[in-house]
Design a protein around this ligand. Structure first.
Ligand code: 13P
Ligand code: SF4
Length: 301
C-alpha cells in the first residue's frame, strides 16, 4: 500500500476528516477531503461534525477548527507549524492596548492565536475583511491586528482611518514592486492577482487582491487566460487542477511559507495512527475566542 492509500484506509476506520490549506504541499492537498482558504476551512470545521479532524495547515487554523468544533478531536500533525505573523500580537499586548484605548473596536485577522482572539471584538479573514470592517459603527475608532498590510489595504479601500498593529506576514511582505514589474514586463497580457497581505504599494499594482479561495474562483471563472500569481507557491497546485489550460506565472523569487510545508504524508499517517498531537485549549479560551469568530460568521453568512 502507498502512504496515501494507508492514510485513506485509516481515515475511514476512525471517521476522520482531513482538512488542508491551499498552501500545503501538493501530496497533502491530494489526500485531503477538503482543501480551502482560512474562511472555507473554518466553516468546514464548524459544519463537518466529524469525531476526528486532521488539520493540515498552521497552528492558528487548527485552533480555529477546535474552537468551532470543540467536541471533535483536532489533530495538528506537526505542532511547530506556526504562522510567524500570529505570534506578533500576544494576548498580553492586546489586553494592554485595550486598557489604554477603551473606546476602540478590536478587529483580529484570523491569523492570530486563540488566546489573542479571546481578547478581541470581531475576527476577519482575507476573504471578508472589508465587509466586516465596513459593518462596524463609523463613530468608533478601530484597531486592526496583527497584519499592518491587510489593515492598511482595508483602510484604503474603505476610506476609513484604522489603527494598525505592526505585524506582517514575512512571506507576503517580502514581495516587491520590482518583482511584480519584472513579471508584468515579461507577461504584458497577464492579469496580476495578489493576496491582500502584500504591501499596499504591491496591491496598488494588482488587478485584484483576493484571498487564496477568491483567487482560485476568479481564475477558474475568468475569460482571461494569463495570470501573474502574487501569493504563496502552494496555490499553484490547486490552480493546475482547477484552472487547467490557463497560463500561470509565479513571481521570482517564488514566495514559499516553510511552515505550511512542514506537514508531510508521513506526519498525517502518524497522526491518524497515534491520534496525536491533539490541539488542546483551555475551555475559557475556547469560549471567549468563539465569540469574535461567530460575530464574523454572522456578518459573513
Ligand atoms: P487565506 O485566508 O487567503 O487562505 O490566507 C491565509 C494565509 O495564511 C495567507 O498567508
Ligand atoms: Fe502566516 Fe504568511 Fe505563512 Fe500565511 S503565508 S501562514 S500569513 S507566514
Amino acid at each position: 500500500m502507498t502512504l496515501s492509500e494507508e492514510i485513506l484506509t485509516l481515515k475511514k476506520e476512525c471517521g476522520a476528516v482531513i482538512l488542508a490549506h491551499n498552501y500545503c504541499s501538493d501530496e497533502v492537498q491530494d489526500v485531503a477531503d477538503f482543501v480551502g482558504d482560512s474562511l472555507q476551512l473554518s466553516i468546514k470545521a464548524r459544519d463537518v461534525a466529524a469525531p476526528v479532524i486532521v488539520f493540515c495547515g498552521v497552528r492558528f487554523m487548527a485552533e480555529t477548527a477546535k474552537i468551532l468544533s470543540p467536541g471533535s478531536t483536532v489533530l495538528h500533525p506537526v505542532p511547530d507549524a506556526g504562522c510567524p505573523m500570529a505570534e506578533m500580537a500576544t494576548a498580553e499586548a492586546v489586553r494592554e492596548f485595550r486598557a489604554a484605548h477603551p473606546d476602540h473596536i478590536l478587529v483580529a485577522y484570523v491569523n492570530s492565536t486563540a488566546e489573542t482572539k479571546a481578547e478581541v471584538d470581531i475576527c476577519v479573514t482575507s476573504a471578508n475583511a472589508e465587509r466586516i470592517v465596513a459593518s462596524l459603527p463609523a463613530d468608533r475608532p478601530v484597531l486592526f491586528l496583527p497584519d499592518r498590510n491587510l489593515g492598511a489595504n482595508v483602510a484604503k479601500n474603505l476610506g476609513r482611518a484604522i489603527d494598525l498593529w505592526p505585524g506582517y506576514c514575512p512571506i507576503h511582505d517580502r514581495i516587491t514592486v520590482e518583482s511584480v514589474q519584472a513579471a508584468k514586463a515579461a507577461h504584458p497580457n497577464a492579469l496580476f492577482l495578489c493576496h491582500p497581505e502584500c504591501r499596499p504599494e504591491v496591491v496598488a499594482l494588482a488587478d485584484h487582491a483576493l484571498s487564496t479561495g477568491g483567487m482560485l474562483r476568479f481564475i477558474a471563472d475568468a475569460p482571461e487566460t494569463e495570470f501573474i500569481i502574487g501569493t504563496e507557491s502552494g496555490i499553484l497546485h490547486r490552480l493546475s487542477l482547477d484552472a487547467a489550460g490557463k497560463k500561470l506565472y509565479p513571481l521570482a523569487p517564488l514566495p514559499v511559507c516553510h511552515d505550511m510545508k512542514k506537514i508531510s504524508l508521513e506526519d498525517v499517517l502518524q497522526a491518524l495512527r497515534t491520534r496525536t498531537p491533539v490541539i488542546e485549549l483551555p475551555a475559557d479560551v475556547i469560549e471567549k475566542a468563539r465569540r469574535p469568530i461567530e460575530r464574523m460568521l454572522a456578518v459573513h453568512d
